[in-house]
Design a protein around this ligand. Structure first.
Ligand code: CP
Length: 356
C-alpha cells in the first residue's frame, strides 16, 4: 500500500502529476465534487495545527467525503497509554485514509507497518512535512510559472524547520535549483540534508547570516518561524527568536518578481507591512494547500493496491543506536533500524540522525 511519509516517497514524475492534478482541480472544481463520496479521512493530530488539519478536512469535504478524528490527543485513548501503532490499527477500522501529525519523529513511518489504510505524514516533529512541500511546489509553480532554474532562499530556523528539509529534498530533483541558506549559526541546516541531498544531487548551496546581502538574488524567499517548541533550552530560543524580520524596507532590495512564501504560522519574522505587497504569497500558499491535498487524497486512494516503494534498504547495526531523544525508537518499543546513506553514513531509518 502506498503512504506518503517523506517527499521522496513520490517520484519526481508523481510529484509533478499531483501538482498538475491540483491545478486541474482549481480549474474544474465541480468535476471533483463527488470523487470521495462514501469515503472517510481520519485526522489524527497529536500536535497543534490550523492549516494542515483544516485544509485536509476542507479537502475531503470538497471531494464529497467525510472526516473524523481528533485534534487533541489528550481527548483520545492515547492519554491512557495507547501506542501510535494500536491507534492506527483501530482507526483503520473506521477510516479509508489517515492524515497524522505527531511530535515524535518517525512515528508515522513506524505506523505504516501495521496500518490497514494509507497514512499521510502531516508533520513529524522537526523532521519532515511532505504535504507542506506539495503545497509549496504548487505555490511556486503558480507564482513563477515553473519549478526549474529557481534560486530559493530559506531564512530562519533551518535546523528544526521540517518544511525546509522536505522542500529541499523535493527541489533537489529539479534542474537548476540553487539554494541560499540564511540562518544564525545555531539554526543551520542539518548535515544530512546538505550532504545526502544537496551534495548528492549536485545542488549548489551557500550559507549566510545576512538576508540583506542575498535578497536581491532570490526568486523565492522562504521565511520560517523559529520553533520555540523544539528548543530544550528556552534561553537559547530567546537569543535567536527574532534573528530575521522581513519588512517593507527590506523588500525594496528584492526582485520585482520574487515571491515570499512562509508555511505559517508567523510570529515576528514577517512584518504586517509586507502583507499588501503583491509578492507576499503566503496566504495564497495556504489555499493551495487545500487543492494539493485534494489531489494527494485522490492519488493515494487510487494507489491503494500498489506496494510502498523502498526509500532506503534497512540494515541491522549490532550495538548501534539512534541518539535522537525525539525519535520514535527512543519513545515507543520500536527496534532501532538503520540505512547506509549514499555518502556511506549510518543513519536512523526513522529520523535520519547519524547512528552512534
Ligand atoms: N504550515 C503548517 O503546517 O501549519 P499548521 O501548523 O497550522 O498546520
Amino acid at each position: 500500500m502506498r503512504h506518503l511519509i517523506d517527499p521522496i516517497d513520490l517520484t519526481r514524475k508523481e510529484t509533478d502529476e499531483i501538482v498538475a492534478l491540483a491545478q486541474d482541480i482549481i480549474a474544474n472544481r465541480e468535476a471533483y465534487a463527488h470523487k470521495m463520496a462514501g469515503k472517510k479521512l481520519a485526522t489524527l493530530f497529536y500536535e497543534p495545527s490550523t492549516r494542515t488539519r483544516l485544509s485536509f478536512t476542507a479537502a475531503m469535504m470538497e471531494l464529497g467525503g467525510n472526516v473524523l478524528g481528533f485534534s487533541d490527543a489528550a481527548s483520545s485513548s492515547v492519554s491512557k497509554g495507547e501506542t501510535v501503532e494500536d491507534t492506527v490499527r483501530v482507526v483503520g477500522c473506521f477510516a479509508d485514509i489517515i492524515a497524522m501529525r505527531h511530535h515524535v519523529e518517525g512515528a508515522q513511518l513506524n505506523a505504516t507497518s501495521v496500518s490497514p489504510v494509507p497514512i499521510i505524514n502531516a508533520g513529524d516533529g522537526g523532521h519532515s512535512h511532505p504535504t507542506q512541500t506539495l503545497t509549496d511546489l504548487l505555490t511556486i509553480k503558480r507564482e513563477l510559472g515553473h519549478l526549474e532554474g529557481i534560486t530559493i532562499g530559506f531564512c530562519g530556523d533551518l535546523l528544526y524547520g521540517r518544511t525546509v528539509h522536505s522542500l529541499i529534498k523535493a527541489l533537489s530533483r529539479y534542474e537548476g535549483t540553487r539554494i541560499v541558506l540564511i540562518s544564525p549559526d545555531e539554526l543551520r541546516l542539518p548535515d544530512y540534508i546538505k550532504h545526502d541531498i544537496c551534495d548528492k544531487n549536485g545542488i549548489p548551496y551557500v550559507e549566510t547570516s545576512s538576508l540583506e546581502e542575498v535578497i536581491g538574488e532570490l526568486d523565492i524567499l522562504y521565511m520560517t518561524r523559529v520553533q520555540k517548541e523544539r528548543f530544550a533550552d528556552v534561553a537559547e530560543y530567546e537569543r535567536v527568536k527574532d534573528c530575521f524580520v522581513l519588512d517593507a524596507e527590506r523588500m525594496k532590495g528584492a526582485k520585482q518578481k520574487m515571491a515570499v512564501l512562509h508555511p505559517l504560522p508567523r510570529v515576528n519574522e514577517i512584518a504586517a507591512d509586507v502583507d499588501a505587497d503583491p509578492r507576499a504569497a503566503y496566504f495564497r500558499q495556504v489555499e493551495n494547500g487545500k487543492f494539493v491535498r485534494m489531489a494527494l487524497i485522490c492519488r493515494l486512494m487510487e494507489w491503494r493496491g500498489e506496494p510502498m516503494p523502498v526509500r532506503h534498504e534497512p540494515v541491522e547495526l549490532a550495538g548501534k543506536r539512534c541518539p535522537n531523544p525525539k525519535c520514535i525508537c527512543n519513545n515507543e518499543k520500536v527496534a532501532y533500524k538503520f540505512y547506509i546513506s549514499d555518502a556511506g553514513v549510518e543513519r536512523c531509518l526513522y529520523c535520519d540522525c547519524t547512528a552512534v
